[in-house]
Write a protein that binds this ligand. Structure first.
Ligand code: PA5
Length: 438
Protein backbone atom coordinates (compact mmCIF):
# COMPACT_ATOMS: atom_id res chain seq x y z
CA UNK A 1 0.00 0.00 0.00
CA UNK A 2 1.24 3.46 -0.82
CA UNK A 3 2.14 5.16 2.45
CA UNK A 4 3.49 8.41 1.08
CA UNK A 5 1.79 10.98 -1.11
CA UNK A 6 2.80 14.41 -2.33
CA UNK A 7 0.88 17.65 -2.18
CA UNK A 8 2.08 20.09 -4.82
CA UNK A 9 -0.52 22.78 -4.18
CA UNK A 10 2.22 25.00 -2.72
CA UNK A 11 3.86 25.03 -6.16
CA UNK A 12 0.88 26.47 -8.00
CA UNK A 13 1.66 30.16 -7.38
CA UNK A 14 5.21 29.67 -8.69
CA UNK A 15 5.10 27.15 -11.55
CA UNK A 16 2.69 27.13 -14.48
CA UNK A 17 1.20 23.91 -15.88
CA UNK A 18 2.88 24.48 -19.25
CA UNK A 19 6.27 24.69 -17.55
CA UNK A 20 5.69 21.15 -16.30
CA UNK A 21 4.71 20.12 -19.80
CA UNK A 22 7.87 21.67 -21.21
CA UNK A 23 10.19 19.74 -18.91
CA UNK A 24 8.29 16.48 -19.31
CA UNK A 25 10.40 15.31 -22.23
CA UNK A 26 13.61 15.63 -20.20
CA UNK A 27 12.13 13.73 -17.27
CA UNK A 28 10.94 10.90 -19.50
CA UNK A 29 14.34 10.81 -21.19
CA UNK A 30 15.90 10.47 -17.72
CA UNK A 31 13.49 7.61 -16.99
CA UNK A 32 14.63 5.87 -20.18
CA UNK A 33 18.31 6.43 -19.37
CA UNK A 34 17.83 4.80 -15.97
CA UNK A 35 15.71 1.91 -17.15
CA UNK A 36 17.77 1.18 -20.27
CA UNK A 37 21.05 1.89 -18.49
CA UNK A 38 22.19 4.31 -21.17
CA UNK A 39 22.99 7.38 -19.06
CA UNK A 40 26.16 8.53 -17.30
CA UNK A 41 27.07 6.32 -14.35
CA UNK A 42 25.12 3.40 -15.84
CA UNK A 43 27.37 0.91 -14.05
CA UNK A 44 26.21 2.31 -10.68
CA UNK A 45 22.50 1.53 -10.91
CA UNK A 46 22.47 -1.44 -8.55
CA UNK A 47 20.43 0.56 -5.99
CA UNK A 48 17.40 0.38 -8.32
CA UNK A 49 16.72 -3.28 -7.61
CA UNK A 50 18.45 -3.78 -4.24
CA UNK A 51 15.27 -4.78 -2.39
CA UNK A 52 14.72 -7.53 -4.98
CA UNK A 53 18.30 -8.64 -5.08
CA UNK A 54 19.05 -9.36 -1.45
CA UNK A 55 19.03 -13.13 -0.84
CA UNK A 56 17.41 -15.07 1.98
CA UNK A 57 20.91 -16.20 2.95
CA UNK A 58 22.17 -12.61 3.25
CA UNK A 59 19.14 -11.64 5.34
CA UNK A 60 19.82 -14.61 7.62
CA UNK A 61 23.49 -13.68 7.98
CA UNK A 62 22.58 -10.11 8.92
CA UNK A 63 20.06 -11.32 11.50
CA UNK A 64 22.50 -13.86 12.96
CA UNK A 65 25.27 -11.27 13.25
CA UNK A 66 22.86 -8.78 14.83
CA UNK A 67 21.72 -11.22 17.49
CA UNK A 68 25.34 -12.18 18.24
CA UNK A 69 26.22 -8.48 18.62
CA UNK A 70 23.21 -7.96 20.89
CA UNK A 71 24.47 -10.74 23.14
CA UNK A 72 28.14 -9.77 23.20
CA UNK A 73 28.03 -5.96 23.43
CA UNK A 74 26.85 -3.16 25.71
CA UNK A 75 28.08 -0.74 23.07
CA UNK A 76 28.00 -1.28 19.31
CA UNK A 77 30.24 1.13 17.41
CA UNK A 78 29.49 1.77 13.75
CA UNK A 79 32.59 3.15 12.03
CA UNK A 80 32.01 4.87 8.69
CA UNK A 81 31.65 8.25 6.99
CA UNK A 82 29.25 9.76 4.41
CA UNK A 83 27.16 7.08 2.76
CA UNK A 84 28.75 4.51 5.04
CA UNK A 85 26.93 5.80 8.13
CA UNK A 86 24.29 8.44 7.39
CA UNK A 87 21.55 6.05 6.25
CA UNK A 88 21.86 3.77 9.27
CA UNK A 89 21.98 6.74 11.67
CA UNK A 90 18.96 8.31 9.97
CA UNK A 91 16.79 5.20 10.22
CA UNK A 92 17.85 4.25 13.76
CA UNK A 93 17.06 7.78 14.96
CA UNK A 94 13.58 7.57 13.41
CA UNK A 95 12.61 4.42 15.27
CA UNK A 96 14.59 4.44 18.51
CA UNK A 97 13.56 6.41 21.56
CA UNK A 98 14.92 9.95 21.46
CA UNK A 99 16.82 9.11 24.64
CA UNK A 100 17.80 5.61 23.60
CA UNK A 101 21.47 5.85 24.52
CA UNK A 102 20.57 7.08 27.98
CA UNK A 103 18.19 4.21 28.67
CA UNK A 104 19.16 0.99 30.43
CA UNK A 105 19.86 -2.06 28.31
CA UNK A 106 16.67 -3.73 29.50
CA UNK A 107 14.55 -0.72 28.45
CA UNK A 108 16.37 -0.22 25.19
CA UNK A 109 16.57 -3.94 24.33
CA UNK A 110 19.67 -3.54 22.18
CA UNK A 111 23.24 -2.34 22.70
CA UNK A 112 23.91 1.35 22.80
CA UNK A 113 24.77 2.42 19.26
CA UNK A 114 27.55 4.94 18.72
CA UNK A 115 28.87 6.21 15.40
CA UNK A 116 32.58 6.89 14.92
CA UNK A 117 35.06 7.40 12.10
CA UNK A 118 32.96 10.22 10.65
CA UNK A 119 35.35 13.00 11.70
CA UNK A 120 39.02 13.52 12.55
CA UNK A 121 38.45 14.91 16.02
CA UNK A 122 40.92 13.77 18.67
CA UNK A 123 38.46 14.88 21.37
CA UNK A 124 35.74 12.64 19.93
CA UNK A 125 37.97 9.57 19.90
CA UNK A 126 39.52 10.31 23.30
CA UNK A 127 36.05 10.69 24.85
CA UNK A 128 34.83 7.52 23.12
CA UNK A 129 37.75 5.43 24.41
CA UNK A 130 37.22 6.82 27.92
CA UNK A 131 33.51 6.06 27.71
CA UNK A 132 33.87 2.42 26.62
CA UNK A 133 36.72 1.49 29.02
CA UNK A 134 34.56 -0.70 31.26
CA UNK A 135 32.03 -1.74 28.62
CA UNK A 136 31.70 -4.74 26.32
CA UNK A 137 32.08 -3.55 22.77
CA UNK A 138 31.49 -4.80 19.23
CA UNK A 139 32.42 -2.92 16.07
CA UNK A 140 31.06 -2.70 12.54
CA UNK A 141 33.58 -0.97 10.29
CA UNK A 142 32.03 0.13 7.01
CA UNK A 143 33.97 1.43 4.01
CA UNK A 144 33.31 0.59 0.38
CA UNK A 145 36.73 1.68 -0.80
CA UNK A 146 38.33 0.36 2.36
CA UNK A 147 40.81 3.22 2.22
CA UNK A 148 38.98 6.28 3.61
CA UNK A 149 41.15 7.99 6.22
CA UNK A 150 38.54 8.90 8.86
CA UNK A 151 37.13 5.37 9.39
CA UNK A 152 40.58 3.80 8.93
CA UNK A 153 41.99 5.85 11.81
CA UNK A 154 39.03 5.14 14.11
CA UNK A 155 39.24 1.45 13.23
CA UNK A 156 42.93 1.17 14.03
CA UNK A 157 42.39 2.76 17.46
CA UNK A 158 39.25 0.76 18.31
CA UNK A 159 40.66 -2.49 17.00
CA UNK A 160 43.66 -2.08 19.28
CA UNK A 161 41.30 -1.34 22.17
CA UNK A 162 39.44 -4.60 21.47
CA UNK A 163 42.63 -6.62 21.05
CA UNK A 164 44.02 -5.36 24.36
CA UNK A 165 40.74 -6.12 26.08
CA UNK A 166 39.81 -9.48 24.54
CA UNK A 167 43.00 -10.75 22.85
CA UNK A 168 43.43 -11.08 19.07
CA UNK A 169 40.97 -13.93 18.60
CA UNK A 170 38.45 -12.51 21.11
CA UNK A 171 38.56 -9.18 19.24
CA UNK A 172 38.04 -10.98 15.93
CA UNK A 173 34.73 -12.29 17.30
CA UNK A 174 33.60 -8.71 17.85
CA UNK A 175 34.67 -7.07 14.60
CA UNK A 176 32.27 -7.02 11.65
CA UNK A 177 33.43 -5.60 8.35
CA UNK A 178 31.25 -4.22 5.55
CA UNK A 179 33.23 -3.51 2.39
CA UNK A 180 33.80 -4.37 -1.26
CA UNK A 181 33.82 -8.07 -2.17
CA UNK A 182 37.35 -8.00 -3.57
CA UNK A 183 39.32 -4.78 -3.31
CA UNK A 184 40.64 -2.43 -0.63
CA UNK A 185 42.86 -2.57 2.43
CA UNK A 186 39.90 -3.26 4.70
CA UNK A 187 39.03 -6.38 2.71
CA UNK A 188 42.55 -7.72 3.05
CA UNK A 189 42.62 -6.99 6.82
CA UNK A 190 39.26 -8.77 7.17
CA UNK A 191 40.54 -11.78 5.22
CA UNK A 192 43.80 -12.03 7.15
CA UNK A 193 42.11 -11.67 10.54
CA UNK A 194 39.10 -13.79 9.61
CA UNK A 195 36.55 -11.10 10.50
CA UNK A 196 32.90 -11.66 9.63
CA UNK A 197 32.42 -9.73 6.39
CA UNK A 198 29.42 -8.27 4.56
CA UNK A 199 29.54 -7.05 0.99
CA UNK A 200 28.70 -3.66 -0.54
CA UNK A 201 27.82 -4.45 -4.17
CA UNK A 202 30.18 -2.93 -6.75
CA UNK A 203 27.33 -1.24 -8.61
CA UNK A 204 25.98 0.62 -5.56
CA UNK A 205 27.58 3.94 -4.57
CA UNK A 206 28.03 4.93 -0.91
CA UNK A 207 25.13 7.38 -0.74
CA UNK A 208 22.78 4.85 -2.37
CA UNK A 209 23.85 2.00 -0.07
CA UNK A 210 21.48 2.25 2.89
CA UNK A 211 19.54 -0.82 1.74
CA UNK A 212 22.68 -3.00 1.62
CA UNK A 213 24.36 -4.43 4.76
CA UNK A 214 25.83 -0.91 5.20
CA UNK A 215 22.48 0.16 6.64
CA UNK A 216 20.80 -3.17 7.30
CA UNK A 217 23.20 -4.60 9.89
CA UNK A 218 23.13 -1.55 12.22
CA UNK A 219 19.34 -1.40 11.75
CA UNK A 220 19.03 -5.08 12.72
CA UNK A 221 21.14 -4.51 15.85
CA UNK A 222 18.68 -1.72 16.76
CA UNK A 223 15.77 -4.19 16.35
CA UNK A 224 14.41 -2.33 13.34
CA UNK A 225 12.37 -4.51 11.00
CA UNK A 226 14.63 -4.00 7.99
CA UNK A 227 12.67 -6.51 5.89
CA UNK A 228 9.67 -4.18 6.08
CA UNK A 229 11.93 -1.32 4.98
CA UNK A 230 13.05 -3.44 2.00
CA UNK A 231 9.42 -4.33 1.18
CA UNK A 232 8.43 -0.67 1.26
CA UNK A 233 11.34 0.23 -1.01
CA UNK A 234 10.42 -2.57 -3.41
CA UNK A 235 6.83 -1.32 -3.57
CA UNK A 236 8.10 2.21 -4.25
CA UNK A 237 10.45 0.94 -6.95
CA UNK A 238 7.36 -0.16 -8.93
CA UNK A 239 5.09 2.79 -8.15
CA UNK A 240 7.77 5.38 -8.89
CA UNK A 241 8.78 3.79 -12.14
CA UNK A 242 5.68 4.81 -14.09
CA UNK A 243 6.78 6.65 -17.22
CA UNK A 244 4.69 9.74 -16.58
CA UNK A 245 4.92 13.06 -14.81
CA UNK A 246 1.20 13.24 -14.23
CA UNK A 247 0.90 9.90 -12.46
CA UNK A 248 4.33 9.64 -10.89
CA UNK A 249 4.85 12.01 -7.94
CA UNK A 250 8.54 11.17 -7.79
CA UNK A 251 9.04 12.41 -11.35
CA UNK A 252 6.79 15.41 -10.72
CA UNK A 253 8.93 16.37 -7.69
CA UNK A 254 12.10 16.03 -9.80
CA UNK A 255 10.47 18.16 -12.50
CA UNK A 256 9.42 20.92 -10.09
CA UNK A 257 12.90 21.05 -8.53
CA UNK A 258 14.50 21.61 -11.90
CA UNK A 259 11.95 24.20 -13.01
CA UNK A 260 12.48 26.12 -9.77
CA UNK A 261 16.23 25.90 -10.18
CA UNK A 262 15.96 27.42 -13.65
CA UNK A 263 13.96 30.27 -12.08
CA UNK A 264 16.77 31.09 -9.64
CA UNK A 265 15.73 28.93 -6.69
CA UNK A 266 19.14 27.58 -5.80
CA UNK A 267 18.49 26.08 -2.37
CA UNK A 268 16.17 23.27 -1.36
CA UNK A 269 15.26 23.16 2.29
CA UNK A 270 14.07 19.77 3.52
CA UNK A 271 12.14 20.28 6.72
CA UNK A 272 10.30 18.24 9.31
CA UNK A 273 8.43 19.05 12.47
CA UNK A 274 9.77 15.85 14.01
CA UNK A 275 13.27 16.19 15.53
CA UNK A 276 14.05 12.52 14.91
CA UNK A 277 14.26 13.40 11.19
CA UNK A 278 17.47 15.38 11.80
CA UNK A 279 19.73 12.66 10.39
CA UNK A 280 17.29 11.72 7.66
CA UNK A 281 17.79 15.29 6.48
CA UNK A 282 21.57 14.79 6.71
CA UNK A 283 21.20 11.65 4.58
CA UNK A 284 19.13 13.63 2.04
CA UNK A 285 21.77 16.40 2.00
CA UNK A 286 24.51 13.94 1.15
CA UNK A 287 22.39 12.12 -1.44
CA UNK A 288 21.50 15.26 -3.37
CA UNK A 289 24.66 17.25 -2.59
CA UNK A 290 27.10 14.67 -3.93
CA UNK A 291 24.82 13.65 -6.77
CA UNK A 292 23.93 17.06 -8.19
CA UNK A 293 26.61 19.51 -7.10
CA UNK A 294 29.09 19.33 -9.97
CA UNK A 295 30.08 20.98 -13.24
CA UNK A 296 29.15 24.34 -11.61
CA UNK A 297 25.54 23.16 -11.37
CA UNK A 298 23.23 21.89 -8.66
CA UNK A 299 20.61 22.81 -6.10
CA UNK A 300 22.16 23.34 -2.66
CA UNK A 301 20.49 20.86 -0.29
CA UNK A 302 19.83 22.25 3.16
CA UNK A 303 17.56 21.26 6.00
CA UNK A 304 15.87 22.43 9.15
CA UNK A 305 13.92 20.96 12.01
CA UNK A 306 10.83 22.97 12.88
CA UNK A 307 9.68 24.48 15.06
CA UNK A 308 13.20 24.51 16.57
CA UNK A 309 14.83 26.25 13.62
CA UNK A 310 11.95 28.66 13.08
CA UNK A 311 13.56 30.42 16.04
CA UNK A 312 16.92 30.63 14.29
CA UNK A 313 16.42 30.36 10.52
CA UNK A 314 12.73 31.29 10.37
CA UNK A 315 13.44 34.96 9.70
CA UNK A 316 15.68 34.15 6.74
CA UNK A 317 13.27 31.65 5.25
CA UNK A 318 10.31 34.01 5.54
CA UNK A 319 12.02 37.21 4.55
CA UNK A 320 15.53 36.70 3.18
CA UNK A 321 16.71 36.36 -0.40
CA UNK A 322 14.01 34.60 -2.43
CA UNK A 323 16.25 31.84 -3.76
CA UNK A 324 14.88 28.92 -1.74
CA UNK A 325 12.16 26.34 -2.04
CA UNK A 326 10.98 23.96 0.63
CA UNK A 327 10.03 20.31 0.87
CA UNK A 328 8.27 19.38 4.10
CA UNK A 329 7.99 15.85 5.46
CA UNK A 330 4.68 15.63 7.29
CA UNK A 331 3.53 12.62 9.31
CA UNK A 332 -0.24 12.25 9.26
CA UNK A 333 -0.70 9.79 12.09
CA UNK A 334 0.97 10.75 15.33
CA UNK A 335 1.27 8.26 18.10
CA UNK A 336 2.73 10.05 21.08
CA UNK A 337 -0.67 10.87 22.64
CA UNK A 338 0.78 13.36 25.08
CA UNK A 339 -1.58 16.17 26.03
CA UNK A 340 -1.12 19.52 27.69
CA UNK A 341 -2.70 19.21 31.13
CA UNK A 342 -5.25 21.71 32.43
CA UNK A 343 -3.89 24.00 35.12
CA UNK A 344 -6.06 25.09 38.04
CA UNK A 345 -4.64 28.61 38.31
CA UNK A 346 -3.73 29.01 34.60
CA UNK A 347 -0.87 31.28 35.64
CA UNK A 348 0.98 30.63 32.36
CA UNK A 349 -2.19 31.42 30.36
CA UNK A 350 -2.00 28.16 28.43
CA UNK A 351 -5.40 26.76 29.35
CA UNK A 352 -6.71 27.62 25.88
CA UNK A 353 -4.59 24.61 24.81
CA UNK A 354 -5.54 22.39 27.75
CA UNK A 355 -6.30 18.78 26.84
CA UNK A 356 -4.92 19.32 23.32
CA UNK A 357 -2.34 16.84 22.10
CA UNK A 358 1.16 18.23 21.61
CA UNK A 359 1.15 16.67 18.14
CA UNK A 360 -2.03 18.62 17.35
CA UNK A 361 -0.30 21.85 18.41
CA UNK A 362 2.71 20.89 16.27
CA UNK A 363 0.38 20.27 13.31
CA UNK A 364 -1.09 23.78 13.64
CA UNK A 365 2.47 25.14 13.67
CA UNK A 366 3.11 23.23 10.44
CA UNK A 367 -0.07 24.50 8.76
CA UNK A 368 0.54 28.08 9.88
CA UNK A 369 4.16 28.00 8.71
CA UNK A 370 3.24 26.39 5.40
CA UNK A 371 0.81 29.22 4.62
CA UNK A 372 3.30 31.87 5.75
CA UNK A 373 6.14 30.45 3.68
CA UNK A 374 4.07 30.11 0.50
CA UNK A 375 2.72 33.64 0.95
CA UNK A 376 6.29 34.80 1.63
CA UNK A 377 7.47 33.47 -1.74
CA UNK A 378 8.77 30.01 -0.83
CA UNK A 379 7.45 27.32 -3.21
CA UNK A 380 6.64 24.34 -1.00
CA UNK A 381 5.92 20.66 -1.59
CA UNK A 382 4.52 18.53 1.22
CA UNK A 383 5.44 14.86 1.43
CA UNK A 384 2.72 13.24 3.54
CA UNK A 385 3.58 10.01 5.33
CA UNK A 386 0.49 8.18 6.58
CA UNK A 387 2.26 6.60 9.52
CA UNK A 388 5.90 6.53 10.57
CA UNK A 389 6.58 2.82 10.14
CA UNK A 390 9.35 0.81 8.47
CA UNK A 391 7.35 0.05 5.34
CA UNK A 392 6.63 3.73 4.66
CA UNK A 393 10.18 4.80 5.46
CA UNK A 394 11.36 2.22 2.91
CA UNK A 395 9.13 3.98 0.37
CA UNK A 396 10.52 7.37 1.38
CA UNK A 397 14.12 6.20 0.96
CA UNK A 398 13.46 4.88 -2.52
CA UNK A 399 11.43 7.96 -3.43
CA UNK A 400 14.39 10.25 -2.70
CA UNK A 401 16.94 7.97 -4.38
CA UNK A 402 14.89 7.79 -7.56
CA UNK A 403 14.04 11.51 -7.51
CA UNK A 404 17.73 12.30 -7.10
CA UNK A 405 18.77 10.15 -10.06
CA UNK A 406 16.05 11.63 -12.31
CA UNK A 407 16.79 15.18 -11.14
CA UNK A 408 20.50 14.74 -11.78
CA UNK A 409 19.93 13.54 -15.34
CA UNK A 410 17.48 16.39 -16.00
CA UNK A 411 20.08 18.82 -14.64
CA UNK A 412 22.63 17.33 -17.02
CA UNK A 413 25.10 15.80 -14.56
CA UNK A 414 26.23 12.30 -13.65
CA UNK A 415 24.35 11.66 -10.37
CA UNK A 416 26.54 8.68 -9.49
CA UNK A 417 30.05 10.06 -9.21
CA UNK A 418 31.68 12.51 -6.78
CA UNK A 419 34.92 13.77 -8.32
CA UNK A 420 34.88 16.94 -6.19
CA UNK A 421 35.35 14.99 -2.97
CA UNK A 422 38.90 14.11 -4.01
CA UNK A 423 40.22 17.70 -3.90
CA UNK A 424 40.39 18.03 -0.10
CA UNK A 425 41.70 14.48 0.23
CA UNK A 426 44.51 15.17 -2.21
CA UNK A 427 45.66 18.29 -0.36
CA UNK A 428 45.29 16.69 3.06
CA UNK A 429 47.29 13.64 2.02
CA UNK A 430 50.00 15.84 0.52
CA UNK A 431 50.25 17.71 3.85
CA UNK A 432 50.25 14.51 5.91
CA UNK A 433 52.91 12.87 3.76
CA UNK A 434 54.97 16.06 4.11
CA UNK A 435 54.74 15.70 7.89
CA UNK A 436 55.99 12.15 7.57
CA UNK A 437 59.06 13.32 5.62
CA UNK A 438 60.01 15.93 8.24
O1 PA5 B 1 28.59 8.47 -1.48
C1 PA5 B 1 29.78 8.25 -1.43
O2 PA5 B 1 30.35 7.53 -2.28
C2 PA5 B 1 30.66 8.79 -0.33
O3 PA5 B 1 30.02 9.70 0.48
C3 PA5 B 1 31.16 7.65 0.54
O4 PA5 B 1 30.07 6.99 1.12
C4 PA5 B 1 32.10 8.14 1.63
O5 PA5 B 1 33.09 8.96 1.10
C5 PA5 B 1 32.73 6.97 2.36
O6 PA5 B 1 33.44 6.17 1.47
P1 PA5 B 1 33.88 4.71 1.82
O7 PA5 B 1 32.66 3.90 2.11
O8 PA5 B 1 34.62 4.22 0.63
O9 PA5 B 1 34.77 4.80 3.04
Amino acid sequence: MQGISLDFSGMKPFVKEDELELIQEKVLAAHDMLNNKTGLGRNMLGWMDLPNRISEEEIKQIKDAASKIQKQADVFIVIGIGGSYLGAKAIIDLFDSTFSNMQTLSDRKHPEIIFAGNNLSGKYLRNLIEYIQEKDVAINVISKSGTTLEPAIAFRILRLFLEEKYGISGAAERIYVTTDAQSGVLKSIADTQDYKTFVIPKDVGGRYSVLTPVGLLPMAVANIDFEDILDGAMFASHVFNERSIEHNDCYKYAAYRNILNMKGKEIELLTSYEPSFKYFIEWFKQLFGESEGKDSKGIFPAGDIFTTDLHSMGQWIQDGKRNIFETVININLNRSFIKLPKSVDNQDGLNYLAEKEIDYINKQAFLGTLKAHIEGGVPTTVINIDDLNEYNVGQLIFFFEKACAISGYVLGVNPFDQPGVEAYKKNMMALLKKDEEN
